[in-house]
Every structure is written in structure tokens, then in C-alpha cells.
Design a protein around this ligand. Sequence first.
Ligand code: NAP
Ligand code: ZN
Ligand code: ZN
Length: 364
Amino acid sequence: MEAVKTTAEGATKIATKNVKAYGTAAANADLNQLNIQRRKPTPHDVEIEILYCGVCHSDLHTARNEWHGTIYPCVPGHEIVGRIVSVGSHVKKFKVGDVGAVGCLVDSCRECQYCNDGLEQYCEAGQVQTYNSVDPYLGTATYGGYSESIVVHEDFVLRVPENLDLAAVAPLLCAGITTYSPLKHWNVGKGKKVGVVGLGGLGHMGVKLAKAMGAEVIVFTTSSSKIEDAKRLGADDVVLSKDEKQMARYAGKLHFVLDAVSAQHDINEYLSLLRVDGSLTLVGAPEHPLPVAPFSLIPMRRSFAGSMIGGIPETQEMLEFCGKHNIVSDIEMINIQQINEAYARLLKGDVKYRFVIDMASIKK
Ligand code: NAP
Ligand code: ZN
Ligand code: ZN
């Protein structure tokens, strides 16, 4: 079915088509199949048939309105890999048949200082996120990758190195870039001792990437069942964070800590692991505030920082880095019909280490 819609400004008519998706109508409702409208490609757009979409904990936080401001219906998914099935008349970067990937961003103002620096995730005008933003073309919400297809401006579509498995690449588009960006920013590399807290989707990518950058990596986990895996993923040591004695071994020892925990936890326990001038960067985004004790920071001139995904140039750089080092995510493939069960398992920390949806299942 096709329709013609009017943009938010009422200026241009944009043709749309009906696309099958999976989403939720309310914070306390399960995800179910629904229909959404996608625009037909405008001159700079590519249309991507989605092959695989990773399941990020942010999808769950948003679907359940844990960060507030969710627009319903909400169709999550921002770890997208697919096949390009049509291109607009001015598209130069891609042709039909190419593989294309989309992460957390589908547009930005392209004019502000941050966009000019390739930091579109910090766009002053507010970047357009892949889901739960206002769609500048249609005026509806943007809808993510739990769907048959997506239409994105070519500038926000990434290339995937040919040597990598496509399903296992999908999580790089959020979990990969969200960990790569702060590791690079804080100069993680040879001679640095790095802690990764929370061995989930982000955490396991953090381990692989920090290790490939040359750092010594120590994993901090609440799950004894993940100790062996952490070592297999590249960790030099693993600490069961509930065990005070094990934690004490690293007090004041680490240059950098990447915290990728999705739920409430005591951040001070991890700040105390930093050396003088060390930094803890939070990428995990639990629903409620995390109290910081002043004396967790003051005596060692420590920094407590945050970091949000990564811009388009850095995301492409991360993909090339992963191609060169043969890095992908450890995945468990699911059908879209299993998404509610997957969310329940995410809440229990029961994922090794990223669910990826085989989007062909939406046709069933
Ligand atoms: P995930 O796969 O569910 O992993 C989270 C991990 O946190 C779990 O595997 C578990 O690791 C640990 N954990 C869970 N509950 C815990 C608790 N109560 N106490 C201590 N540790 C706990 O989630 P994810 O997809 O990696 O995302 C992690 C967080 O990053 C989420 O909040 C997500 O929204 C956020 N995020 C932020 C950005 C950004 O741009 N900053 C981007 C993407 C995601 P162990 O079993 O090892 O303890
Ligand atoms: Zn994400
Ligand atoms: Zn901007």
C-alpha cells in the first residue's frame, strides 16, 4: 500500500509505503507486530532491507519509558545491517545490492560545530536518532530496526568490511561504537590498565576492543558464570565484583574504567579502583541517579565522565578497525517473535553476549 504524506512543515509531499515492524504501544505492554510508514527514497536516500538487528539494552529502557519521553508506538532497534534495495537519484556512496549498516543516528543538523567535527551524536540542534526522535520528513516518530526495511540518507549509512559475518557485525553499530569512542578518547592502549564493568553487550565489545588496542584488561562482573567467557574474550583478569577481597586487589591501580552496567550499582566502588588522574567513563545508563561521594574523586584527582555512542566518521573508523582485527560480537540469534523473552533475559543479565534478530523472521 502506498500513500502520500505531508511533512511537518506541510511543504513537500512525500510518498510513503507500509512496512511491517515490531513495537510496543505502551510502557507496560509487550512488543507485537504492527505497521509503520516509511518514506520512499528521496534523492539522497537509500532503502535497506534489514537482514539483522541487534538488541541493545537501550531498546528495553526506551520501550519501557525508563528514560521518559518515549513516543508510542515505539519501534526500537539501532544495530542494523541490511541489503540496499533501492537508491535515490543522487546517491553516490551506494548502489543496489550493496550491504549497508545503520546505527543510532539517521540525521543531524550538519551545520553546528559538533556536526562539522563528525560528532553528530552531540549535535547542538539535536541529532535525529534511529528511533524515538521526530522524523524530519514525516513528522511522526522515527522507527528503528525491528522492521522489514528502513530508509536513511546515504551520509548516515555505514560500510561493512567484507571479511566480517553480517549478523555478528550488527551489534558493532551501537555496542561497538559506544565502547570504541571513549576508549579512543581516553587514549587506551599499550601500558594502560583498563577495567570493564558489566559483561553484557557493551561490556564484551569493550573487552575485545580495549584488548585489540593493546591495553591490559580486567573485567568486573556480578556473574560467576561469565568468568571463563571473560578470559576467552580477552580479559587478562576477572574480578567477581561482589567479593570485597577481589575488588581490593585493584584499588588505586587502573588508568581507566568503562562502566557498562544497565542497572543501579554503587559507582564509588569502581571510582576507588582508579589511579591518580584516572577516569571512569559511564556508558551504562540506568534509570535512576548514581550518587557519587566527593571523596571518591578528590584525593586522587579522579575524573567521572560520560560518553554517548559515536559520530559517523568514528563509527566507520571503528568498523574498519574491527575488520582489520577480525572483531565481531558474540551473538545469540533469535526470531522477532522471541523479542519479549529476550528482553526478560536481558533484565537477568542472561545474554552471551548480544541477541541479534534474524529479520527474515518478520515475514513468517
Ligand atoms: P546488557 O547487555 O543488558 O548488559 C548489562 C550488564 O550489566 C549485564 O550483563 C550485567 O553484567 C550488568 N548488570 C546488570 N544488572 C546489574 C546489577 N543490578 N548490578 C550490577 N551489574 C549489573 O546491556 P547493554 O546493551 O550492554 O547496555 C548497557 C547499558 O549501556 C544500558 O544501560 C544501555 O542503555 C547503555 N547504553 C548506553 C549507550 C551510550 O551511548 N552511552 C549506548 C548503548 C547502550 P555482569 O553479569 O557482568 O555483571
Ligand atoms: Zn544501543
Ligand atoms: Zn549539528
